[in-house]
Design a protein around this ligand. Structure first.
Ligand SMILES: [Mg+2]
Length: 127
């Protein structure tokens, strides 16, 4: 159960993705290991609004979303809390997007489609 902390509580996750199927896949990857997806948002704006009241140990952030994309949302969240761990999930291995994500302080990038182990290991590494 890699999603359980030393104190016995779950590592909490906010899953941000405009695709309900992708959000379901994130949950399917993490919850069997004890992680708890405590919040979900369907676009960057929703994520920023939700972040005012819900703090998760880690945020998984899609890039391409309507209303506000994941890069902008990550910047807004990092402006509020620079220490907030964020993992970008990107279908595009575009060098420009990766560099942009790094500049915005995004902690790691996981390419889609991801393997459960890949996202789990990246989360554990940045916490
Ligand atoms: Mg998307």
């Amino acid at each position: 159960m890699r999603g359980i902390k030393a104190d016995g509580t779950a590592i909490t996750v906010m899953a941000v993705d405009d695709s309900p199927v992708s959000r379901k896949m994130i949950k399917k990857a993490l919850e069997p290991e004890g992680f708890q997806v405590i919040a979900e948002a369907g676009n960057g704006k929703q994520a920023v609004e939700l972040y005012a009241s819900v703090k998760a140990d880690v945020i998984t952030m899609d890039v391409t979303m309507p209303v506000m994309d994941g890069l902008e949302a990550a910047s807004a969240i990092k402006a509020v809390n620079p220490g907030q761990p964020i993992i970008m999930l990107s279908a595009m291995g575009d060098e420009d997007i990766i560099n942009d994500a790094r500049r915005r302080g995004i902690n790691d990038i996981c390419s889609k489609p991801f393997k459960p182990d890949e996202i789990i290991e990246k989360i554990l590494r940045i916490l």
